[in-house]
Design a protein around this ligand. Structure first.
Ligand code: C2E
Ligand code: CA
Ligand code: CA
Length: 820
């Protein structure tokens, strides 16, 4: 065997496989005459190699084929190749590939000369390639110039619905849209002419047909390979159905967007900014036409595809925008710029842009211009409304507060004082009641304009509520100046005012405080000015008063009382007293008015005139009323339940009581205290009803729904006209005490008589208050007054006393005592 090794020489070490000589004598077994050293490494053998061992190590799946070939070669003495898997001692699989020559010696021995190469690596690559190909997202086929498919991957089968075998041998063009097939063939024929050898070529817009006949859009990617001197093609087929759908949707969206954009009343643009701050449009939406036709931008500019709307702008705004654009070049980087600008024609635009810095140094502006004129006007209106009174069109309280610091600054600058003047047209509610709201409002506006004429440019006039005007009048040097000023204002109102062709005599009252004499703080100055006004109101002679130290003391007294009152309410020291209302015909107690009393530890019983106005002024009226009504209702409920008497109580409601809160309170009394609703009556004063007749009407209706009736208190003092009266759903009026007092006089008598007659005509029950002597009682009775309330029968008395009275009341006797 050395012959062989000698023959191979040192080359044997480089043979990339196992070289062997195998022999079989006739009738004998197969033996290895020679096997190269490399068998050790490749097959993992050591020492002598026996054929039986080799056989044992061939993969069972390949063994039969291996033996079959061996047998055939022995019979036919023909060369052959073989491929099989071999499992080494350490369990690894090797792919072996061999070529074997076979001869027979003269002595009948069959000799095999062979080489086996380990192709494991190559095999693995092949397998991976197959895996990769079959899992590729594209279908991949190879074919030659005749377009007949040579190989196809699994994706191709999935894509077209044919199995792999069906695909192979088919012409690729059979899978295509028949109209496109000739173009493809032509392309392939001319391939070498057209295509530089520079990688895969993309073929778009082709359509393919599946086995089931359905058509789908594809994208081809084609490349050529040289295989054993032949030109082959590899074609990747990508299904682009979803991409096409997406493109279509995008396109549709784009069209939609474009439609929206062009229909919008605003201009979108993209423009190149120039260093002088002008710009040249690159894109301009249709909206620009609508926004800018017929004004300063000019059609010519627009026709050039260019629109720089600077020319249309207010000069200030134009230069601001120009500076912003120039700034972009100075690297004043702006992420986003938004501005509100005014056009020369008065319209407002919102100008928003986002600059884009291009690599070539150019700057683009992408922007939007919207017409915001309507919004601006609305904002202006809202701002105006926030600071103005809608009836008089002059500033309101907020306006006054806003302007105050400016007035202070001016006074400090010129070293002078200013006056805080409160002005009230005292009889205005009379005109509202008699002439209606439109006339009343017009009259108020007229009052405002008269005062306005007296105020200088730097003075501030505001309407602050409760029919009160406040004028901040500057340049005051001394009190003589204030006197003059007030006299001047009063003079103006000495003349009648004309509204709606009617003449009105408006009488005014004025109160004045002075900065910085009385205070430097606006709230205090307003309070002092109002306090002075209160004094004027209660004085028949004076039309104006300046705030004084005396008033200040009074005011601080009030504050003191407020604190005490608050404490008294918390500690339930305000209690209900009851005053009987007597039926003239039967002499029975047909009602009781509930009147508040403050029972103070030191002072004893404090009458309402000393605390009701303070409760009203300082916001304590609601908790106080709640306390009194709740107490009175509980007491009356007890009287009813214990059978002492079933007499309705009438409670007083202040005009300062918020109606809805009052309704809630009354409802709670009926629900919680369970007082029968017909045993509760509400007294509303005529003047408070006239403050807001519509609201009052609703409130009364809501009370009626609960079963609670209303009466008009202090009737005759509130200027309500007959027609007004008719419009309220009430059943009872209470003639004010002042009229009863005057009943002895001719005038007084006439008034009471007329009132009773009118009330009766309207089918109202008439009650007279403050009847403290027999004579008055008799007059009233004769006139037809039905109910009497007064000291004549009873003063307001405590619940305890009332209980005794109710128990002892003997109808006929008491009435008899006064009528005999
Ligand atoms: P008003 O509602 O008109 O009550 C009638 C007032 O006339 C009561 O005075 C009563 O004592 C008094 N009076 C009744 N008959 C006579 C009489 O023959 N001669 C005289 N000289 N006076 C008589 P009062 O109790 O001092 O109440 C005064 C005012 O205080 C009430 O007038 C009412 O406006 C208010 N007031 C009293 N209690 C309350 C209350 O609980 N809530 C509210 N909001 N106001 C109340
Ligand atoms: Ca009353
Ligand atoms: Ca009254």
């Amino acid at each position: 065997m050395n012959n062989v090794e000698n023959f191979l020489g040192s080359g044997k070490d480089y043979i990339p496989g196992v070289y062997f000589i195998r022999e079989k004598r006739s009738g004998g077994e197969i033996k290895y005459a020679y096997i190269s050293e490399s068998a050790k490494d490749i097959l993992g053998f050591d020492g002598e190699v026996k054929f039986a061992d080799i056989l044992n190590m061939i993969h069972f799946a390949d063994k039969d084929r291996y033996l079959q070939k061996l047998k055939e070669s022995e019979e036919k003495l023909q060369k052959y190749t073989e491929n099989f898997r071999f499992i080494t001692k350490d369990g690894k699989i090797h792919w072996l590939s061999g070529a074997v020559d076979v001869k027979m010696n003269e002595n009948g021995t069959v000799v095999w000369n062979g080489i086996i190469i380990d192709v494991t690596d190559t095999k693995q690559h092949e397998e991976w390639l197959a895996i990769t190909l079959n899992n590729a997202p594209e279908g991949i086929v190879t074919f030659a110039g005749d377009c007949v498919i040579i190989s196809a991957n699994a994706t191709m089968s999935q894509l077209f619905g044919y199995d792999e075998k069906e695909l192979i041998g088919k012409r690729l063009t059979e899978l295509m849209n028949p109209e496109q097939a000739p173009y493809f063939e032509e392309y392939i024929n001319n391939y070498l002419l057209i295509v530089d050898n520079c990688g895969a070529q993309k073929l778009k817009n082709y359509e393919c047909i599946r086995k089931d006949g359905s058509v789908f859009p594809v994208e081809f990617s084609i490349n050529d390979i040289k295989n054993m001197g032949n030109l082959l093609f590899v074609l990747a087929v990508r299904d682009i159905t979803s991409r096409k759908q997406m493109e279509k949707a995008l396109k549709e969206n784009e069209i939609k967007l474009q439609n929206i954009v062009s229909a919008m009343p605003c201009a979108f643009f993209t423009a190149v900014i120039k260093s002088d701050g002008t710009q040249e449009s690159v894109y301009l939406s249709n909206g620009a036409d609508k926004l800018f036709t017929g004004n300063h931008v000019g059609q010519t500019e627009k026709q050039n595809g260019n629109m720089d709307f600077l020319a249309a702008l207010d000069d200030d705004d134009a230069s601001r925008i120009r500076e912003f654009r120039k700034g972009l070049f100075k690297k004043c980087m702006h992420d986003f710029w938004e501005d509100e600008v005014r056009l020369k024609d008065g319209r407002w635009m919102q100008y928003s842009v986002k600059p884009e810095y291009l690599d070539n140094g150019k700057i683009l502006n992408h922007g939007l211009i919207i017409d915001i004129t309507k919004r601006k006007h609305a904002e202006e209106k809202i701002r105006f409304m926030a600071y103005h009174d809608m009836v008089t069109q002059i500033g309101n309280r907020s306006f006054l507060m806003k302007e105050f610091p400016k007035t202070v600054a001016a006074a400090k600058r010129n070293g002078k004082k200013f006056a805080v003047i409160s002005i009230v047209p005292v009889n205005i509610s009379e005109f509202y009641a008699n002439s209606g709201y439109d006339v009343g409002d017009a009259l108020m506006a007229e009052v405002a304009s008269k005062i306005m004429k007296l105020s200088g440019t730097n003075d501030v006039l505001a309407y602050v509520s409760g029919s009160r005007f406040v004028l901040l009048k500057g340049n005051i040097t001394d009190s003589a100046a204030i006197d003059n000023l007030c006299a001047e204002i009063c003079d103006v109102f000495d003349e009648t005012l004309t509204v709606d062709n009617q003449e009105f005599e408006v009488s005014i009252k004025i109160g004045v405080s002075v900065y910085p004499d009385h205070s430097t703080d606006i709230d205090t100055l307003l309070r002092y000015s109002e306090a002075a006004l209160m004094y004027t109101k209660h004085d028949f002679n004076d039309e104006y008063k300046l705030f004084t130290e005396e008033m200040k003391a009074d005011l601080s007294n009030k504050l003191l009382t407020r604190n005490r009152l608050k404490y008294a309410i918390q500690n339930r020291q305000i209690v209900p007293y009851f005053q009987a209302q007597v039926d003239v015909k039967t002499g029975e107690i047909c009602g009781m008015e509930v009147l508040a009393r403050w029972i103070d530890e030191k002072e004893g019983v404090i009458p309402p005139y000393r605390f009701i106005p303070i409760a009203e002024e300082f916001g304590l009226i609601e908790p106080m009323t709640e306390l009194i009504i709740e107490e009175a209702c509980r007491i009356n409920k007890r009287w009813i339940d214990s059978g002492i008497a079933r007499v309705p109580i009438a409670v007083n409601i202040s005009g300062k009581h918020y109606p809805d809160n009052m309704l809630k309170l009354i409802k709670r009394m009926i629900d919680e205290v369970r007082l029968p609703s017909e045993c509760l009556e509400v007294e509303l004063t005529e003047s408070s009803m006239m403050d807001n007749p519509d609201k009052t009407r609703k409130t009364i209706l809501q009370l009626l729904e609960m079963g609670v009736t209303c009466s008009i208190d202090d009737f005759g003092t509130g200027y309500s006209s007959l027609s007004m009266l008719k419009s309220f759903p009430i059943k009872k009026i209470k003639i004010d005490r002042s009229f009863v007092l005057d009943i002895d006089k001719d005038d007084g008598y006439a008034i009471v008589k007329a009132t009773i007659a009118m009330g009766k005509a309207l089918n109202l029950t008439i009650l007279a208050e403050g009847v403290d002597n027999k004579r008055h009682f008799n007059i009233l009775r004769k006139q037809g007054c039905e109910i009497i309330q007064g000291y004549l029968f009873s003063k307001p008395i405590s619940a305890q006393e009332m209980e005794e009275k109710l128990a002892a009341w003997n109808a006929g006797r008491e009435i008899a005592a006064v009528t005999e």
